[in-house]
Design a protein around this ligand. Structure first.
Ligand code: BGC
Length: 400
């Protein structure tokens, strides 16, 4: 049985997301650039030119707009805007301002992420997020972004996936490399406190720039699913890795819900997915329903006042038909959530482009393929289909 499509609510965001370091190329002043050229990491290859989007952002936007998308989430790079502590680059601020205006001129509403995993080298060298004064330094940077976001920007994300920042800090502190086969390493608690404080400070700065900007942050949802009897274990496992960050968004205008797969939890903790499940190129279980669970869990914690926006969702695959299938399954979940009255205000896929997946170009998440030698962009069929839904303003509601 098929159901009638669900109409997008008024103002619903329909787009795709990227992050500066993953697409711009030559982000040489960032902490990641240093890591990529260091030994003793699990980084397989450096980002180098990435997709050269620093110079080709107009092509990216032309394509997204022509596909039918109405929104584009991209990030501005702190390491470029504040290359040395206290020195702000007018040229880089003007660069990002041109991007904002370029998006608007093409009919794309820009959602701006102020921090997506990378920090300037000088910030890392002085001790990163847990060093004294880190929160104030971030707040000052946010305030310096005023020329970029003060007009034409309806949504600002302060920090992308603070929970992953704390998880990575936990790994680094313990001198560990790589993730366990299931679940996430324990986050560094000092980093958790610091990024929550940085977010709250940043929200104030953004509202001071323009109180009409809708501000929030995005959280990585692992979709923890309790095996029978393991409900309490699951809740305890999830709290420091996810819930503490979701709860910190109370009082924000919206929260970004980002999910890709699920993690089952038994009495002894995370259970690796069985060997025979379908896996994506990141080795995650193919699980399009993840987004529905993530939306419902987030709504339970933040209540109806904080809008939910899917700010990332997708898969790395070399089979684009699987990508389309994944999005169809995911949208079914979003439509069901809307029908159930969840305050969902947008859906932005990850990712607009094949890009640098934090250590390797191999996991291809892109709706748009990128030739890493010529930088030629080619929209995949999944992009054409997903983009076209922006024109109909309808979400498919597929058979259950
Ligand atoms: C991040 C992206 C990343 C994606 C896929 C999220 O954790 O925000 O930067 O590429 O997931 O791993």
């Amino acid at each position: 049985m098929t159901h009638t499509p669900v109409q997008f609510p008024e103002g619903f965001l329909w787009g795709a997301s990227t992050a500066a370091h993953q697409i711009e190329g030559n982000n040489t002043n960032s902490d990641w650039w240093v890591k990529e050229h260091s030994t003793g990491t699990n980084i397989q290859e450096p980002s180098l030119d990435a997709c050269d989007s620093y110079h080709r952002w107009d092509e990216d936007m032309d394509l997204l707009a022509s596909l039918g998308f109405t929104d584009y989430r991209f990030s501005v790079e702190w390491a470029r805007i504040e290359p040395a502590e206290g020195h702000f680059s007018r040229a880089e601020l003007a660069h990002y301002r041109r991007m904002v205006e370029g998006a608007v001129a093409r009919g794309l509403r820009p959602m701006i992420t102020l921090h997506h995993f990378t920090v300037p080298q000088w910030f890392e060298a002085r001790g990163g997020w847990t060093a004294e004064g880190a929160v104030e330094l971030f707040a000052r940077y946010v305030s310096a972004c005023a020329p970029v976001i003060a007009s034409d920007v309806s949504h600002v994300c302060t920090i992308n996936e603070p929970n992953m920042i704390a998880v990575m800090a936990g790994l680094a502190k313990r001198g560990e490399i790589g993730f366990p086969p299931a679940g996430l390493p324990f986050p560094d608690e000092d980093t958790t406190v610091a990024v929550v404080a940085a977010h709250h400070a940043a929200v104030k700065e953004v509202r001071a720039i323009d109180p009409s900007i809708k501000v929030g942050w995005t959280v990585a949802n692992q979709v923890y699913q309790a095996e029978p009897g393991a409900e309490a274990v699951t809740a305890a496992y999830r709290q420091p890795r996810e819930d503490v960050f979701i709860e910190a968004s109370r009082g924000d205008d919206w929260i970004g819900v980002q999910s890709y797969t699920r993690t089952k939890i038994g009495a002894d903790g995370p259970i690796p997915a069985p060997a025979d499940v379908e896996r994506t190129l990141t080795q995650w279980e193919y699980y399009p329903s993840a987004v529905g669970h993530a939306l419902r869990h987030t709504a339970e914690l933040v209540g109806p006042e904080v809008a939910l926006i899917v700010t990332e969702n997708g898969i790395a695959t070399d089979d684009d038909a699987r990508r389309s299938d994944y999005y169809a399954g995911a949208l079914n979940e979003v439509a069901a959530g809307l029908e159930d009255g969840l305050n969902i205000q947008g859906y932005l896929a990850w990712s607009a482009l094949d890009n640098y997946e934090w250590g390797s170009f191999k996991p291809t998440f892109g709706l748009i393929a990128v030739d890493l030698e010529t930088f030629e962009r080619t929209a995949r069929d999944s992009a054409k289909w997903l983009g076209s839904l922006g024109r109909t303003r309808e979400l498919p509601r597929l058979a259950d």
